[in-house]
Design a protein around this ligand. Sequence first.
Ligand SMILES: O=c1ccn([C@@H]2O[C@H](COP(=O)(O)O)[C@@H](O)[C@H]2O)c(=O)[nH]1
Length: 235
Amino acid sequence: MIPRPHRAGIIAALDTQDPARAEAWAAALAPHLGCLKLGLEFFVANGPAAVSRIARHRPVFLDLKFHDIPNTVAGAVRSACRLSPAMLTIHAAGGPAMVAAARKAAEEFGTARPAILAVTVLTSMDTAALSATGVSGGTAQQVLRLARMALENGADGLVCSPQEVAPIREAHGAGPLLVVPGIRPAGSAAGDQSRIATPEEAAAAGADWLVIGRPITGADDPAAAAASIAAALAR
Ligand SMILES: O=c1ccn([C@@H]2O[C@H](COP(=O)(O)O)[C@@H](O)[C@H]2O)c(=O)[nH]1
């Protein structure tokens, strides 16, 4: 499992279908960050072998957000573990048995296994969007509910927005690994993200890893953008 950074580390989200572009980003960004995230867009277009090529630059966070019946998720976790990712996502909404099955499958790979992260409420969702799925009470309450269930059933950590980092730390302490998208440096466009904060705010709240996509990959000079965020976090 990837060691927890001493202060909040940066994960760049390499969201592209183009393997050459992902490779170029990985090479340029590797000196400035700790981990590279590959998600569905890259994986569906390029497959497992391309993941291994990106992993030559930095450990890979494989963000495929598995959500299915426990037996199917266990099989998907086993397949993903063969690519030696540092972290792997499942949806907490899959329920206790699914989370437990994911952890058990990962443990078959011993100490080299990835951290199993449970996605709570997607950072693109606000209270109205959540309520449209039938969940009332607001995003913060639902994140805390899913966080407790996922941690009790074997998740090593959580994916949550920067706005829920402090309440999760208050409820669960320093133990869970908190991986946090919805990061927007001051002046960056939010795009489709709803529950956002700056890198400095997320770090101060207690995030372990900050997941940053478009503010880095959409910049004229992605390496300079990553270096500038890293420098701000180091101050
Ligand atoms: O709740 C979630 C879970 C995952 N993500 C992923 O993080 C990045 C964010 O990219 P930006 O360009 O910085 O918005 C992206 O790959 C998402 O799939 C998330 O945003 N929210």
